[in-house]
Design a protein around this ligand. Sequence first.
Ligand SMILES: [Zn+2]
Length: 207
Amino acid sequence: MEKILKGVVEFRKHDFEKHRALFEGLGQGQQPHTLFIGCSDSRVDPNLITRSLPGELFIIRNVANIVPQYRESGEYLATTSAIEYAVLALEVENIVVCGHSNCGGCAALYLPEESFANMPHTRRWLGQAWVVRRRVEQNPEAADIGAREWLTEQGNVVQQLRNLLSYPFIRERFKQGSLKLHGWHYIIPSGKVLAYDPLKGYFGEMY
Ligand SMILES: [Zn+2]
């Protein structure tokens, strides 16, 4: 804890001063251009990997960067409400779903049921992505565990892009061309980001 408390002081002294005008402007409101949906994993830093500043990305992070299917509910829907707010109130122009290599949430899709005995909420949350596991297991390439990992992480991103289109207000804006959807796979040890090409149906290097 000491480390992050020191960080707070250092931020105010150095980083804040460097961007003082930006922060003063942001004090009046936000106008982010992109909704970034990423994994909660400590190694995935949306602002760092896109070199974006405060005010640019509206960020949702959850286990395995999952987008729940659209539904109306009396429950407290954190991810769904943040998507709704980003699109309808903030009018973002892009949505990025960003998976990553070595994703524990995606790997957990292959764990036996008893592994979740004391984590019923995690099990239920990841259940939304079991369709991805079923699809990957039909792919002969998935016999190799390394290949299976990437196929699952990338297949999961594609599934979440599909889930985004189950939101009526996203489908509408996507069809009109006022909202763009992007699927990324961030590779931690190389720093590369692979982008999904919906026409070719695979993830390729974007630069
Ligand atoms: Zn993850």
